[in-house]
Design a binder for this molecule. Sequence first.
Ligand SMILES: C[S@@+](CC[C@H](N)C(=O)[O-])C[C@H]1O[C@@H](n2cnc3c(N)ncnc32)[C@H](O)[C@@H]1O
Length: 173
Amino acid sequence: MSVEDEEICQAVYEKIGEVEDVLDVGCGDGYLVNCLSSELDKEVLGCDISDESFDEAHSKCEEFGTCGNIECIRGDAHDISDIFAENSFDVITLIYSLHHLEEPVKVLKQIKEVLKEKEKVVIGDFWFTERKEKGGCYRFTPEEIKAMVKKAGFKYLGQDRIDKEFTILVGEK
Ligand SMILES: C[S@@+](CC[C@H](N)C(=O)[O-])C[C@H]1O[C@@H](n2cnc3c(N)ncnc32)[C@H](O)[C@@H]1O
């Protein structure tokens, strides 16, 4: 059985606690943006290279009561430090997005720039015991994700496994 969106949202929320400025990179249909905005009662921003699902993302606000508090903007994660100013966010999340990136470490380095000091990147992705290539992108092992986060200059704060197939990792700037 796959991990439900709600379960991922709760796991992220438990990791981040009460924070102000949150960006979800590769926000897709905006579930996490809306769910975190509802949990935090704060504005949450998403960005994605494709705006295909933004109508769905924005219309979900009715269900979550987050209209006016969420926004998804178009942007390539590889340009994130051009899109946002340094020290802009308390938390940046990437859920099932890291394995889509052509240069994940480059993106993580840029994420570090736009995070405030001592603040967090939260990465959720598939749990695989060996690297797989699927649909033109890699599925990393938890150890590989950890190594990339460290290579980008983050302090590794830990990694949990949720269900059989999902891992959530936290790095600190
Ligand atoms: C598997 S979906 C995950 C969507 C959402 N985070 C979720 O958990 O349902 C991966 C998302 O990453 C986005 N993406 C892929 N490459 C990207 C890039 N370079 N910059 C920003 N978003 C990207 C895709 O458009 C897609 O919406």
